[in-house]
Design a protein around this ligand. Structure first.
Ligand SMILES: [Zn+2]
Length: 423
């Protein structure tokens, strides 16, 4: 007898779909196989797909409040003229409701865990606690060359980790989040890395997102962002970089050698005209590549199925090879690789893994006819086919309805908050 029994589904296991039953006890998958199983909660998944939970490895969750607020602008203008100004008006309560809206959207589209870098992170942590989703959270730090500010930022970042790491039976992992090499000095980044090693936590940072950034760092330090970070001893197996759009061969080799994970955010990179990352080259070099949406202001959704499809398509057009980054590979980036980047024992349907599982309705017009389940999911999903979501062994979404939140209330709250941003 299991706590949850997921029966008769086609399960994504080791890169392919196979018929299996999945037994969950506590917050772990404890059985995967063909035996008849029973559970306190039984989910019949005939004619459905059973996926490991999707992991959105780079978000600024409460930016749901800026969805559609500043469009058709390049990154630096977008940040300086619109986003950073509006963010100064954000209160902790705003961040709570903006995060609730983001989590609502993620759960409904099969995301069971995410990594968030933002401000007022206590509120994000509360929203995670309330809704039952899994998260890796960090306070976004930037010293901007000011020694006093560096100390203060590090103090806030460290306090957040002390207070929230392992909260809600381990559903929250708290880490360090220095913003980027153009907002943080090498001295500060070195200090952050040393602290992270001492505490035993990961570090998340934006790197080489735009050509502007690479030129700016070269002007300041006479070398590229990746080489500068490597020189100060920042790059390591516990470091996860977002974007990595502008990398040369040697930098990719450095990332592979230092075992740094990279989060590819194709929609945001395209929308801000940042460029197309060399994902297939990174994969070939042995870099762990995960997928993220970035903030909702530059996306505009947290629907990871969009990133899944685009990742594969962009590499095909970039390399001129239709056989590159196959469907099964990209589905693993969205699941296993995201969990692995942050050293979480999940993203796979396998005994011993965290019980984060998604059931997708297979009987849909966009999945018909069904020649191959992996291709159907990767190239044919809208995200709205997600029926049930289990996170940490608990059923959080049932028949498309999020059980842990009042959807109407969340939408109304968000609408009321954004009044102050309208001009
Ligand atoms: Zn970002």
């Amino acid at each position: 007898m299991f706590d949850v029994a997921i029966k008769n589904g086609l399960c994504f296991i080791n890169g392919e779909f196979v018929q299996a039953n999945v037994g969950i006890r506590g917050n772990r998958i404890v059985y995967v196989g063909r035996d008849e199983i029973r559970g306190d909660i039984e989910i019949d998944t005939s004619s459905s797909f059973v996926l490991p939970g999707l992991f959105n490895a780079h978000t600024h969750l409460a930016m749901t409040l800026f969805r559609g607020f500043a469009e058709d602008m390049p990154l630096m203008d977008w940040l300086r003229k619109k986003i950073w100004r509006a963010e100064r008006k954000l209160t902790p309560k705003d961040v709570y409701w903006g995060s609730m809206l983001g989590i609502l959207e993620m759960l409904k589209t099969g995301t069971t865990g995410f990594s968030d870098l933002y401000i007022h992170m206590d509120e994000v942590a509360k929203a995670v606690g309330r809704t039952g989703i899994r998260a890796v959270l960090c306070y976004g730090m930037a010293d901007r060359g000011d020694v006093e500010r560096a100390e203060e930022e590090l103090r806030i970042g460290e306090k957040f980790i002390r207070e929230w790491d392992d909260a809600f039976e381990g559903r929250i992992k708290a880490i360090f989040g220095p913003h980027a090499p153009y907002t943080c000095t090498p001295e500060f980044l070195k200090l952050v890395k040393e602290k992270a090693d001492k505490i035993g936590c990961s570090v998340h940072i934006h790197v080489s997102e735009t050509q502007w950034e690479v030129e700016e760092i070269k002007k300041q330090y006479d070398q590229s962002p990746i080489r500068m970070l490597n020189d100060v001893g920042f790059l390591d197996w516990n470091v996860v970089i977002a974007h990595g759009v502008w990398l040369d061969d040697e930098e990719i080799a450095i990332l592979a050698e230092r075992k740094v994970s990279v989060v590819h955010c194709p929609v945001s990179n395209l929308k801000l005209a940042s460029g197309i990352a060399r994902v297939s080259d990174m994969v070939e070099a042995g870099v762990n590549v995960a997928l993220g949406t970035d903030g909702a202001a530059s996306n505009n959704t947290y629907n990871l199925f969009e990133e899944i499809k685009l990742t594969s398509l962009l590499q095909k057009v970039r390399t001129g090879r239709a056989d590159i980054i196959k469907a099964g590979e990209v589905l693993q980036m969205a699941t296993r690789n995201g969990y692995a980047a942050y050293r979480l024992n999940g993203g796979e349907i396998r005994e011993g893994m965290l019980a984060d599982v998604v059931v997708v309705d297979g009987r849909r017009h966009n999945f018909t006819p069904m020649y191959n389940a992996i291709n159907a999911i990767v190239y044919g999903s809208f995200g709205c086919e997600v029926r049930h979501v289990v996170v940490d062994g608990k059923l959080i979404v049932e028949d498309g309805e999020v059980l842990t939140m009042d959807e109407v209330k969340v939408i109304e709250k968000a609408e009321r908050i954004v009044e102050k941003f309208r001009e």
